[in-house]
Design a protein around this ligand. Structure first.
Ligand code: HEM
Length: 414
């Protein structure tokens, strides 16, 4: 195990005391990642009882080796006792051979031909949300970009994929935020933990009801597909379907919501880029790729070793927890030129780590890029002005998920 070093403030040249649970680190983790890559690329984190891994090549290697670096503990490590469906591991927390079988079923919903079929709906959903904002706040003024737009948009898209009625979509965002914040449970008191527990139970109860409705009255939606599809001659159990639905909600909502929120934050910080993108919407895809690289929605994921291993010269015991820092890999100096610079014109030579790598590579990567592109096209077409009111960003209280928690903006309709 590497020695723990007490350290000073970021930027003083000394070693940083990287603790993902520390609010200072959660607010601005990137200086810590620089330090980790440089001097402690594999570091023991006592607060989380896990090894942080910070360099691109090490992360790439371990994510592609699903046998030695198991995903089996991903969900339990992330959510602990706040997993809405603890009886059944979700896809993201499964190992071979079960993982591949289930992934083949889930993949049906995410192939490009299916996703492209949703494109027109994404434009409609984004336009309807903006109609609501204008109806509520007028042709110019202020609104919360997170709570009134980015939180509602992906949830509506995922709800349509799953066949969920959209009336309760705003509640979803609360549940997902709460359940994901269980990653910080070690730092929370009883009141906050009770709130997380309540949200996990509400999410489960919602999908239990929906399952029963769909089982009695099958439709064309994904939930109905999960209920009826057979794997090796057997249909999925109720809990397996519930687990998949919760994963898609958690995986598909918060991430894309955060990508859109962070994009506006970065545009505000890089005014020259903002002006170029407003004038030329063809720059939206490279803009999104750079936001995904520079400030990705998923900062860290989880694995466990199934054998003793050595990474970057550090011996790690069988059964230890590993936390590959995807956001650090995306700024690895050996892979990206001037990685700390936000540059939408950069030539990206290696795959970004933002959606993971290997057997668990994000199933929603194509959908979320398509969704985010449609949303930004609509936002920039409908508003002549949309800018965050403050320079300060209130980031989510999470070391795992990254995005603004709230984002008040000033706007003017075209
Ligand atoms: C910007 C948006 C997104 C980001 C950054 C993101 C990130 C990730 C990452 C890093 C993984 C890999 C986890 C691992 O290796 O352990 C993953 C897996 C996954 N994502 Fe996403 N995701 C996004 C959007 C979505 C959407 C929209 C959906 C679906 C509606 C989705 C569904 C999934 C699923 C089902 C998996 C598990 C795949 C498996 O285990 O085989 N994601 N995502």
């Amino acid at each position: 195990m590497t020695a723990m070093l007490k350290t000073d403030a970021p930027g003083d040249g000394g070693k940083l005391d990287y603790d993902p649970l520390d609010p200072v680190v959660k607010h601005e983790p990137y200086p810590y990642y620089v330090e980790l890559r440089d001097s402690e690329p594999v570091k023991w984190l006592p607060g989380l009882q896990a090894w942080a891994v910070a360099r691109y090549d090490d992360i790439d290697m371990l994510l592609k080796d699903g046998r030695t670096y198991s995903s089996g503990q991903f969900w339990p490590a992330l959510l602990g006792e706040y997993d809405p469906v603890p009886e059944e591991p979700p896809l993201i927390s499964m190992d071979p051979p079960g993982h591949m079988q289930l992934r083949r079923i889930a993949n049906k919903a995410f192939v490009p031909s299916k996703v492209n079929g949703l494109r027109d709906r994404t434009y409609e959903i984004a336009n309807l949300l903006i109609d609501d904002i204008i109806a509520k706040h007028g042709n110019e003024g202020e609104f919360d970009f997170c709570w009134e737009f980015t939180a509602l948009y992906p949830v509506t898209v995922v709800a349509e994929v799953l066949g969920v009625p959209t009336e309760r979509r705003a509640e979803f965002k609360y549940w997902v935020d709460d359940v994901l914040s269980a990653a910080n449970r070690a730092a929370y008191g009883p009141e906050r933990l009770a709130k997380i527990d309540e949200s996990a139970k509400k999410m489960r109860a919602f999908f239990e009801d929906l399952y029963d409705q769909r089982a009695a009255n099958l439709g064309e939606d994904l939930l109905s597909t999960f209920i009826t599809t057979e794997v090796d001659g057997q249909t999925l159990t109720r809990n397996q379907v519930l687990s998949m639905a919760c994963l898609l909600l958690i995986g598909g909502v918060e991430t894309t919501t955060n990508l859109l929120g962070t994009t506006l934050v970065e545009l505000h910080r890089h005014r020259d880029v903002f002006d170029r993108v407003l004038a030329d919407h063809a720059l939206i895809p490279p803009l999104l790729e750079e936001v995904l690289r520079y400030n990705p929605p998923v900062q860290i994921i989880f694995r466990h070793t199934t054998a003793e291993v050595e990474i970057a010269g550090v011996k790690i015991a069988k059964g230890d927890a590993i936390m590959p820092i995807l956001a650090s890999a995306n700024r690895d100096e050996s892979k990206f030129e001037n990685p700390e610079v936000f540059d939408i014109d950069r030539k990206i030579e290696v795959p970004l780590m933002s959606f993971g790598q290997g057997p668990h590579f994000c199933l929603g990567n194509y959908l979320s890029r398509m969704e985010a592109k449609s949303a930004l096209e609509v936002v920039f077409s409908r508003f002549s002005l949309i800018e965050p009111i403050s320079e300060d960003v209130h980031w989510l209280d999470s070391y795992f998920a990254r995005g603004p928690h709230v984002l008040p903006v000033r706007y003017k309709v075209r």
